[in-house]
Design a protein around this ligand. Sequence first.
Ligand SMILES: [Zn+2]
Length: 408
Amino acid sequence: MTIPYLRDISLKIRSSFDIKRKKGEFIGSFATYGYLKDSNDKNKLVVDKVASKVVEDIFKYRLEGLSADKIAKKLNNENVLSPMEYKKSIGINIGTNFKKKEKALWTAKAIFRILENPVYIGTLEQNKYTTPNHKIRKMVYVPKEERIVVENNHEPIISKETFKNVQKLMAIDTRIAPTQEKVYLLSGLINCAECGSNLVRKNNGTKEKPYIYYICNNARNKQGCIGSSIKSETIEEIVFETLKNHINSIISLQDIISMVNNTHYTIKEKERINKKIYIEKLELKKYQNIKLKLYEDLKTGILTEEEYKDFNFAYNEKILEIKKLICNLEKEIETLSNGISEKQLWIEYFKTYKNIKSLNRELVINLIDDIKIYNDKTVEINFKYEEQYKSLFSYLENISDLQVSCNG
Ligand SMILES: [Zn+2]
């Protein structure tokens, strides 16, 4: 037997929740660890100054190569309160289910939950779980596409870049986990350029005298690839040197950009356009004055109504045309000034890694997309922001051509 009245109420409550979710209002019972409910507006999330620092640390440790399990152990060793204990400590009542005497500790699962939660980049993702109807108590997992997601909903704790890198790192680590118990510096990033398969790490020597190398998984299993392999030491050295050079070249690009922005050509060009704008503004003033006079001429009877209308229309057209021209010239100036901005964010990103002394997992994951090894041992390293780098490079090349012809 169904009770329609009850079902109606449950549906209404659910749909009003949905509206709140779509508006980006937080309707969970507790704010996610790292956030607090706004005391003025319970539907809003604000950053918790204390817990957010722990969240930042967790993402940092993960990028440095610590596994979720190791992070949990580290936090427990340092007596950092687990989310549950923290809530208790700041007086949030977490219900009767948690009256256990023993202290709740950090677990790998809790760490994973934090590392995977987009709430920390300001995205509100709600209705992950739902109850199909009021009679069924079971929670059902809602597929990603059907969840209500509101981006830039509240202040982020973690940058989008860091979050993306951590997701990538976790995806790589799960992929390689079955074959290797430990994650090495370049694990999961080296591919065979011949067949696209992953390169696996092997020791061809002994425990005492190891000879570590990476080899195409397909070639090793004799599955039709002509194969690629490289000594671990060699590839790490190549990656380190190339990365160093790449960072330096990006930094020197930035120097060139600031030079180009102040060169003779740019300055002269701005002067020329500004002069044009000045002349056009004088023209504009002239026509605006003529229009005023037209009206006087109509008043004093020099012009008939008909003549006035015709002239007025023509001058209005002219004024509009000049205004458009001025607007375009101003845009040209703007392009010259901002055409390439010195503060391109991706450059700043690489710059944070200048003066690197050695490779580490964080550096490799943050700056490199992938590494390909060819059969002849050619190494291809694909850096992040390769497209931006190339387009900036060709832009600068064009500019320097221009300068030669102007100065020559
Ligand atoms: Zn291969």
